[in-house]
Design a protein around this ligand. Structure first.
Ligand code: XIL
Length: 320
């Protein structure tokens, strides 16, 4: 029994992984990706983002996103669709277009309506708004073209447009550094309440969970934080889990990494409304970490040769 079958038997909806189109040409990679004993859910790492889907205004390109959606369907895996509104991987025609309030609202709604309609009925969940909060530590919104032009209302407007286009998809707010108590987590709870106050539907909060070995929040801290969200009437999901180390990694790093993965999985197991766990790809070969955090990597449960890190894998399994 694998990571997915075990967590499903314990009452969760899925254990899953991100993937990306270019990786699918590697047959050994694809074989394990398709292994539904371990992965009952997949997330496209890039191919449903705005720059991939609407690189020019009104010109929609779904081929790459469809490859991932079709793969999920063939495999019988749930699909988390990622993402609709984000300051990053946003084409310059949007970020630098100089649009006024009404025009940018129109552009954002059109993007959401078109993409959500295209994938209607296929997404278990949509990450509607990604990373809207700043890292200032004061709970403020991140300055981006949507916030500067529309104000905080861009967030509920986005959720309402997504809900109208696919009433059955679970709609998520997704962010990082909101996995334990602190100003940013409190701000994310305020985002949930703000969306609700506008009368829009929000179903869940995605806790990205890009952790550092030895600095992963404790199970207790993660549970308390998850419950602060679920008390607002939403689900939580761990959406982008990885636990990075300074490379080259040591045996001691791997031992601690196994402990950190386990403490995170245990937290989700202890919260009924933590519905599932997604790792941000499964092999170090294709992790985003080394190219983003210089000198860090080895963040996933399989190494760069696609070999299972047995202590890490087993720790996740026993925590489920
Ligand atoms: C990352 C992808 O994995 C990379 O391939 C890409 O170059 C940059 O984006 N938070 C998110 C994800 O919500 O979309 C990001 O994915 C990682 C951080």
């Amino acid at each position: 029994s694998g990571l997915n079958t075990t967590i499903v038997a314990a009452g969760k909806l899925y254990f899953g992984t991100a993937t990306d189109n270019t990786e699918l040409s590697n047959t050994a990679y694809e074989k394990q990706l398709n292994n539904t004993a371990d992965f009952g859910q997949i997330t496209p790492g890039n191919s449903m983002k705005w720059d991939a889907i609407e690189p020019e205004r009104g010109a929609y390109t779904y081929a790459e996103g469809d490859v991932i959606a079709n793969l999920a369907k063939e495999n019988g895996q749930k699909l988390r669709c990622h993402n609709l509104v984000w300051y990053n991987q946003l084409p310059s025609w949007v970020s630098g277009g100089g649009f006024d309030n009404a025009t940018l609202i129109d552009i954002m709604k059109n993007h959401i309506t078109n993409e959500v309609t295209h994938y209607k009925g296929r997404c278990y969940a949509w990450d509607v708004v990604n990373e809207a909060l700043s890292d200032a530590g004061d709970g403020s919104y991140r300055s981006n073209v949507f916030y500067e032009t529309i104000g905080e209302a861009y967030i509920p407007i986005a959720f309402a447009a997504a809900a109208a286009a696919d009433p059955d998809a679970k709609l998520y707010y997704n962010d990082y550094s909101i996995e334990s108590a602190g100003a940013k987590s409190t701000a994310a709870q305020n985002v949930v309440q703000m969306i609700q106050a506008y009368g829009a539907k929000i179903d869940g909060v995605g806790l990205q969970s890009h952790f550092i070995v030895g600095e992963t929040p404790s199970t207790t801290a993660q549970v308390a934080n998850m419950k602060a969200f679920t008390a607002l009437g939403v689900d939580v999901a761990i959406t982008e889990l990885d636990i990075r180390v300074a490379t080259p990694e040591t045996t001691a790093d791997e031992t601690q990494q196994a402990i950190d993965y386990a403490s995170t999985v245990k937290a989700c197991m202890q919260v009924d409304k933590c519905i599932g766990i997604t790792i941000w790809d499964w092999t170090d070969k294709y992790s985003w970490v080394p190219s983003t955090f210089s000198g860090e990597g080895a963040a996933l449960p399989w190494d760069s040769n696609l070999d299972k890190k047995v202590p890490v894998y087993d720790a996740i399994l026993s925590a489920e």
